[in-house]
Design a protein around this ligand. Structure first.
Ligand code: NAD
Length: 251
């Protein structure tokens, strides 16, 4: 068994996971903490998440709604004051507002685009400003298999998640000369609150379409995010890695 990482305010990389209070984001935070990194997570209306045992010095919960530019700026300010610039960004915060296009109001369209796509742009732009000076950095956007499949009822969500791919690739080219990598993961059906809202019947239907025969766990996604942020992925940029049990293969 490997020893527990040391818990000091100066050890490990500085990682920010947006929407890290639960689900895939919380699993990513746990992965980086287990790797010995210092991890800030954003939370919104809910109670602030608490540091896991043995990681008090390396965990920071910052209140931040990614649709609010002032809150994004304040969150980065708080993290930088505590630990210095963010070296790894996991842009994970996301929502769904599913309904058929004919019933989709402009508010449902804008809210999803504003959170999932513009929020990602906002947090990445702020991270990159400091990474360029560091001459290193890792950015991972959490997209979705829905970006490529285009499930009915998800025009806004699919557009936002497909938009992340184009944005990530443009950004990857812009920052590559400074050894900053920008990648995307595309989870399939993962067992979180977001999927829970679909109901057991719908999740069962989707699960039946997964070649590996099960829904994903948040930790399945976190492991791939962690790899993309690792030294082992230094030569990987502008790519989209599905983490979907084969659901979207060939798309
Ligand atoms: P979740 O609902 O459990 O978590 C979403 C997180 O995003 C929460 O912490 C929430 O507070 C945060 N968030 C939402 N809006 C925000 C905002 N405006 N500002 C800051 N934080 C905000 O869902 P999840 O399944 O863990 O989703 C995480 C990411 O993974 C999302 O981007 C989602 O689209 C994506 N994803 C999920 C699945 C799945 O099956 N669960 C599949 C593909 C992609």
């Amino acid at each position: 068994m490997s020893p527990a990482p040391s818990d000091t305010a100066t050890s490990g990389r500085v990682v920010l996971v947006t929407g890290g209070s639960r689900g895939i984001g919380a699993a990513c935070a746990a992965w980086f903490l287990a790797n010995g990194d210092r991890v800030a997570v954003t939370f919104r209306g809910e109670a602030a998440p608490v540091a896991p045992p043995g990681a008090a010095q390396r965990f920071l919960a910052v209140r931040c709604d990614v649709t609010e530019p002032a809150q994004v700026e304040a969150a980065y300010g708080e993290i930088e004051a505590r630990w210095g610039p963010v070296e790894v960004l996991v842009s994970n915060a996301g929502i769904t507002k599913d309904t058929l296009v004919l019933r989709m109001g402009e508010d449902a369209w804008h809210e999803v685009i504003e959170t999932n796509l513009t929020g990602g742009f906002r947090v990445a732009k702020r991270a990159v400003a400091k990474m360029l000076r560091l001459h290193r950095g890792r950015i991972v956007f959490v997209s979705s298999v829905g970006a490529f499949v285009g499930l009915p009822g998800q025009a806004n969500y699919a557009a936002s998640k497909a938009g992340l791919v184009g944005m990530a690739r443009a950004l990857a080219r812009e920052v590559a000369s400074r050894q900053i990598t920008v990648n995307v993961v595309a989870p399939g059906v993962v067992d979180t609150d977001m999927t829970g809202a679909l109901g057991k019947t719908r999740v069962g239907e989707l699960e039946a379409m997964v070649p590996l025969g099960r829904v994903g766990l948040p930790a399945d996604v976190a492991a791939v995010v962690g790899f993309l942020a690792s030294d082992g992925a230094a030569y990987v940029t502008g790519t989209v890695v599905p983490v979907d049990g084969g659901l979207g293969m060939g798309l």
